[in-house]
Design a protein around this ligand. Structure first.
Ligand code: FE2
Length: 270
């Protein structure tokens, strides 16, 4: 089974890039399931029902998020009606929505998708490590589900790498999101779990992590705010990865996906 994951969609540039390149990726890579982090899809802040519906129509089977999930008020209600939209599982008890869901791939296989938020340099959260360990032990690969995909939304590479090693051999893949920059550390760990510290964003890379450059530069240099940040609006580049599972639900092939006008493009050759 082949799972395509795309990192944080950032504003209109990201949405347009996904719309433009996803058909090509589907044709070339033939994914059985598509998972997309879209927590910055609505002008850089959260996501809307309309955007989610567009992504489902384009072929997304599950949408993951992170710290910006509630930036648009409507999402709190929409998430209660749409189980394929996830918020981080380690938000406090009583938060609307769910942090994991089982989706059916095009080949009929069941994929457990789980979304956690890291804690270093992020808002205080329940322990993602304890929750992920518990989820993996309740869902042995190949028994109740054919694959387990974890989107770990966080700032630091070390925390994301530690979670991946902790889950190695128990889940199909741990892929990080949130920093909006793709890392070059993609690999299959010893136990068969694919790992990449950050998938990178789908958005305009002629920017400061997806935002127009002037305001962030002023904030860093003058310690004053020169207005709200606005998403960069140039042509977007799509970033993500492709994972191919073996008969046990572990990863037999992993490859980075980068397609668009910025960054060195990469396309898996399996
Ligand atoms: Fe984020």
């Amino acid at each position: 089974m082949r799972i395509l994951f795309l990192g944080d969609i950032m504003g209109r540039s990201g949405r347009e890039a996904v719309k433009k390149h996803l058909p090509t990726l589907k044709e070339k890579l033939k994914p059985d399931a598509i998972i997309i982090n879209a927590e910055n899809a609505a002008h850089g802040r959260g996501l809307t029902e309309k955007i989610c519906k567009e992504l489902f129509e384009l072929g997304a089977d599950c949408i993951t998020t992170g710290n910006h999930v509630w930036d648009q008020n409507e999402t709190m209600l929409y998430i209660t009606r749409e189980p394929r939209l996830l918020r981080p599982a380690n938000f406090p008890d009583g938060t609307p929505g769910n942090g994991h869901v089982v989706v059916e791939a095009r080949n009929g296989a069941k994929i457990l998708v789980a979304n956690y938020m890291a804690r270093l340099f992020m808002d205080p959260m329940d322990d993602p490590f304890a929750q992920a360990r518990e989820l993996a032990s309740r869902n042995p690969l190949g028994k109740t589900v054919h694959a387990i995909f974890v989107d770990f939304h966080g700032e630091t590479t070390s925390e994301k790498m530690a979670l991946a090693h902790m889950l190695d051999g128990q889940v199909t893949a741990v892929v990080g999101t949130h920093t909006h920059l793709p890392t070059a550390d993609g690999q299959i760990l010893d136990g068969g779990t694919a790992f990449q510290a950050d998938a990178g964003m789908c958005g305009d890379y002629n920017s400061v992590i997806g935002m127009q450059k002037e305001v962030p530069i002023t904030r860093f240099t003058k310690k004053v705010s020169s207005g709200p940040m606005q998403p960069a609006d140039g042509e977007g580049t799509v970033c993500g990865c492709l994972i191919e599972t073996d008969s046990n639900g572990l990863t037999k092939n992993y490859g980075q996906v980068i397609i668009g006008p910025r960054l060195t493009n990469r396309m898996p050759d399996f």
